[in-house]
Design a protein around this ligand. Structure first.
Ligand SMILES: [Zn+2]
Ligand SMILES: [Zn+2]
Ligand SMILES: [Zn+2]
Length: 343
């Protein structure tokens, strides 16, 4: 059973997945266990995952978008997208919709893993050119997913657990409706647009441009520590011009964003060392007319005390975003200088 449940009081969304006895899940676990010493994401081991729904292959100066056949796996990929072997949601989810006494429904959705590197490395050492390839693959998949039935939102995120070098990868998970935090951001942004006629994030971008929280700007993108972050050293990467979907980015914008990702993740590593973090994409849904100026949030996970956050929704910061920014901006500018060849 894989199920969405909603809290009766708060509408909080929970995925319950106890499909431990499913044949599919069992087969995947057996395969993972069997191959413990062999990395299923390494080139040459493509047969250990589900067939790639997308494999980007560079050939004769051209980037080709290919897909695996069941009995013919592509091994010269630079980015590979496969169905997760431990999916959070499932397109074969079945079960009943129930509203009484509690709300539940089958957790219908797609869960893909985008393997962002052929080598074992840290996300901070992915070169900008490779981030461009990752963004091409991401755009391709997100576009395809929004064309599928039962997909109202495509959530994209990376969880990096530090201290272990593996293949950096993104999760792409779909939902049949807007996830609660996106709904909240969309609602408050649209209320602001209706009341003041302008987008709050556009305003924030221009205010943060010269603030003590500003980090780095590259052409169409800027990075800053937000005024009231939820995590110490949290930063956002935001398109300077109003844009609601990363799907509509041009190749030039993707290259700029790729440089930004390299500079900021490299900067985070320069500033704090090998730390855990989550990188989250917040964008509008292709299936809703309500806008959200899209952005990437990076949440370093430096503290283990969660009582105040979990129990009261109040975040405590031991570092002001201004102090965090002065450390991060120095470190990320150093990374930028390295990339453009200034030492
Ligand atoms: Zn590997
Ligand atoms: Zn905007
Ligand atoms: Zn956000």
């Amino acid at each position: 059973m894989v199920q969405f449940r909603k809290d009766n009081i708060l509408d909080r969304l929970v995925i319950v997945n106890d499909s431990n006895n499913d044949d599919d899940a069992k087969e995947n676990r057996d395969r993972d266990r069997h191959e413990e010493d062999i990395c299923m994401y390494c080139p040459g081991n493509e047969h250990l995952t589900r067939p790639a729904v997308l494999a980007l292959v560079q050939k004769d100066g051209m980037m080709r978008r290919l897909a695996d056949a069941e009995d013919n796996r592509i091994d010269d990929w630079c980015v590979r997208v496969v169905s997760s072997s431990n999916p959070l949601v499932s397109i074969s989810a079945n079960g009943v919709y129930s509203n009484k006494p509690f709300y539940s429904e089958p957790a219908y959705g797609y869960h893909y893993i985008l393997i962002a590197s052929r080598e074992h490395c840290k996300p901070s050492s992915i070169p900008a050119e490779q981030w461009s390839n990752v963004l091409v693959a991401l755009q391709d998949r997100v576009k395809w997913l929004y064309m599928q039935k039962g997909v109202s939102y495509v959530a994209v995120y990376m969880d990096y657990n530090a201290r272990s070098e593996w293949h950096p990868h993104l999760n792409i998970v779909t939902f049949p409706y807007m996830p609660p935090l996106i709904e909240q951001e969309v609602e408050s942004i649209n209320r602001y647009i209706n009341e003041s006629g302008s987008c709050p994030l556009c305003n924030i971008v221009s205010m943060e441009d010269k603030s003590p929280r500003h980090l780095v700007s590259i052409d169409n993108f800027t990075a800053f520590c937000p005024w009231a972050p939820t995590h110490p050293y949290e930063f956002w990467i935001v398109p300077k011009k109003h844009a609601i979907q990363l799907l509509r980015m041009t190749q030039k914008e993707m290259d700029e964003l790729a440089t930004m990702l390299r500079v900021m993740l490299g900067g985070l590593h320069n500033a704090l060392g090998d730390v855990r973090f989550s990188m989250i994409v917040h964008a509008s849904s292709e299936k809703s007319r309500k806008q959200l100026h899209w952005h990437i949030e990076v949440h370093p996970r430096l503290v283990d005390n969660h009582g105040l956050e979990d129990g009261f929704g109040v975040h405590f910061l031991s570092v002001s975003p201004e102090d965090a920014a002065s450390k991060l901006s120095f470190a990320s500018r150093r990374e930028l200088a390295k990339i453009v060849g200034i030492t």
